[in-house]
Design a protein around this ligand. Structure first.
Ligand SMILES: C[S@@+](CC[C@H](N)C(=O)[O-])C[C@H]1O[C@@H](n2cnc3c(N)ncnc32)[C@H](O)[C@@H]1O
Length: 252
């Protein structure tokens, strides 16, 4: 296929993209998605030479793959396809990780690492940041309750392509994976007094209202992160970061 045909095909794929495809925004998102086995259907840029230079500098494991898959389109066309195009001028479409695969990973026992539960999160940026943390710490997955889709484009953007590195699903309480549930709450026992098991579910409340009565009622224990008096709470994603870091610490 010549360059013009490749560009026309890519544009058609973007215009016809269905809900099974998610947008990867920028070089880092594409890099992470490829590293964690995403099925990337169309990758476009308005400056392929610059993209390849970036790949050579930051991801030499992927330079060839990125070179083969990236299609150059005019800057104006890229802007039409992705109105808020990333500074690296790269965007890609990838198939959303299969729910069946995610559910199998979430329910498999013995579980090598905790599952993070976000109880009715309201901010998609926080959801993406938590997915990124879960991926970095090697957590089994991130489960959300409530009406926000954790695969929403804005969450995927904040997750930097790492939705493909961990199992991310929206589930009702009755379908939670097995394992002891520890709920994080400023009123709980000091987390430093507890060793978190690998099969734990670590639950965090919503930004506005904290933990729901249902998740609280299900918890084997309420745990708090050290915080000076008169500070009411930490940000949701930073709370997840501290808790996962505590999980990696010495086991009793
Ligand atoms: C922004 S806070 C929620 C604040 C909310 N206004 C409330 O009433 O709880 C989001 C979540 O982060 C976790 N969190 C924040 N600070 C914490 C702390 N010091 N100890 C334990 N969990 C904390 C909790 O799970 C909390 O529900």
């Amino acid at each position: 296929m010549n360059d013009a045909d490749a560009a026309a095909t890519a544009v058609r794929q973007w215009r016809e993209a269905g809900p099974e495809l998610v947008v990867l925004d920028g070089f880092h998102a594409l890099k992470h998605a490829l590293r964690f086995g995403a099925d990337v259907r169309s990758a476009v840029t308005s400056d392929k030479a610059a993209a390849l230079a970036l790949a050579a500098e930051l991801a030499d494991d992927l330079t060839e793959q990125i070179g083969d898959s990236l299609v150059e389109v005019p800057a104006q066309v890229l802007k039409e396809l992705v109105p808020r195009v990333h500074a690296t001028r790269i965007a890609a479409l990838a198939v959303r990780r299969e729910r069946r695969v995610n559910l199998a990973e979430l329910s498999a026992l013995p579980r090598p690492s905790p599952v993070v539960v976000l109880d009715n999160p309201r901010n998609l940026g926080n959801v993406g940041a938590v997915v990124r943390l879960a991926a970095g710490f090697g957590a089994t997955g991130v489960v959300t309750t409530g009406d926000l889709d954790p695969w929403h484009a804005n969450a995927v953007r904040a997750g930097a392509g790492l939705h493909f590195a961990t199992a991310v699903e929206q589930l009702p309480l009755d379908d939670f994976p097995p394992g002891p549930l520890y709920a994080l709450d400023p009123e709980g026992a000091d987390i430093r007094s507890v060793t978190l098991p690998d099969d734990a579910l670590l639950a965090f409340g919503s930004e506005r209202h904290g933990l729901s009565a249902e998740v609280r009622g299900r918890a084997a224990g309420l745990l708090s992160l050290p915080m000076r008096p008169q500070v009411s709470s930490y940000n949701l994603a930073t709370s997840v970061a501290m808790t996962l870091f505590h999980w990696t610490g010495p086991k009793a």
